[in-house]
Design a protein around this ligand. Structure first.
Ligand SMILES: Nc1ncnc2c1ncn2[C@@H]1O[C@H](COP(=O)(O)OP(=O)(O)OP(=O)(O)O)[C@@H](O)[C@H]1O
Length: 258
């Protein structure tokens, strides 16, 4: 696992967060601190609320109670300037990549630039090519449409779009799902390189045991609406939480870590 700086400042502070839909409570008084430079791997059973937690933190799902601070800004009252500031400093890559099918790769990558920056078309073209290169794609991918890309390429384009601005925090929702093990390993390596070169704080929802081992600096496990374990692999392996135990000591966990 990647080591992180224990004394770094808190980048994301979640306190007493309650989120629900109808009469179902999905997040039940969740507390979580993520420090600058950490790569967090959020794990939990299907439907345990991983994506809901990610979406709540970025303000896409309304909360019922609690508070969320990102880079020192309280999401309850960010103000127009604060909202813009967060848009510039945080990037999100969703599970399905969510590329716009009618736009080329270049145009997809340029969307956040158009929203947040005032740049000439020429400069945006140069930046888009640079971002493509950063995620390991060839220049001729720029004029392709999403339907012409493989799953792995589409994920890289989605990452390039998330990185379109100079980010401090990157949110990834199951970035390696749907990739074969080699593609997933390549993607993990890319996330590690970006972490080292850009000093990104990364919050990643994942089911991928290799990603947890190779990329994350800390694992956070969620079950029954609460954080039930947090720490390195060693902490997970000795956790007494039933779900964490089953996950790390079950057949897949044994194959990966045993
Ligand atoms: N917009 C919504 N409206 C109603 N219920 C929702 C909504 N979004 C999520 N849920 C419910 O919240 C629960 C948690 O969903 P979430 O997507 O966070 O699960 P997850 O842990 O990410 O699962 P998976 O690993 O399968 O992606 C699920 O029961 C889901 O049906």
């Amino acid at each position: 696992m990647i080591q992180s700086e224990p004394q770094a400042k808190v980048a994301i502070r979640v306190r007493d967060l309650v989120v629900g839909f109808g009469d179902r409570i999905v997040l039940d008084h969740v507390d979580l601190d993520i420090r600058e430079g950490e790569i967090i791997g959020l794990i939990g059973a299907s439907g345990s609320g991983k994506s809901v937690l990610l979406r709540s933190i970025v303000g896409l799902v309304p909360k019922r109670a609690g508070s969320i601070e990102i880079l020192g800004l309280n999401l309850d009252a960010p103000g127009a300037e604060g909202r813009r500031d967060l848009g510039l400093r945080c990037g999100i890559m969703f599970q399905q990549g969510a590329l716009f099918s009618s736009l080329t790769v270049r145009e997809n990558i340029q969307l956040p630039m158009r929203e947040f920056l005032d740049l000439s078309d020429h400069l945006m073209d140069e930046l888009a090519m640079y971002k493509l290169k950063t995620v390991g794609l060839p220049a001729d991918a720029a004029d392709k449409y999403p339907a012409q890309l493989s799953g792995g390429m589409a994920k890289r384009v989605a990452l390039a779009r998330a990185l379109a601005l100079d980010l401090e925090i990157l949110f990834l929702d199951e970035p390696t799902s749907g990739l074969d093990p080699i593609g997933a390993g390549d993607f993990d390596a890319l996330v590690s390189v970006l972490h080292h070169t850009m000093k990104l704080t990364t919050f990643m929802v994942t089911h991928d045991l290799d990603s947890l081992r190779n990329v994350c600096s800390r694992i956070v496990a969620i079950a029954k609406g609460r954080i039930v374990a947090s720490g390195g692999l060693e902490a997970m392996l000795v956790s007494q939480d039933p779900w964490v135990k089953a996950y790390f000591h079950g057949a897949r966990g044994q194959a990966a870590f045993g």
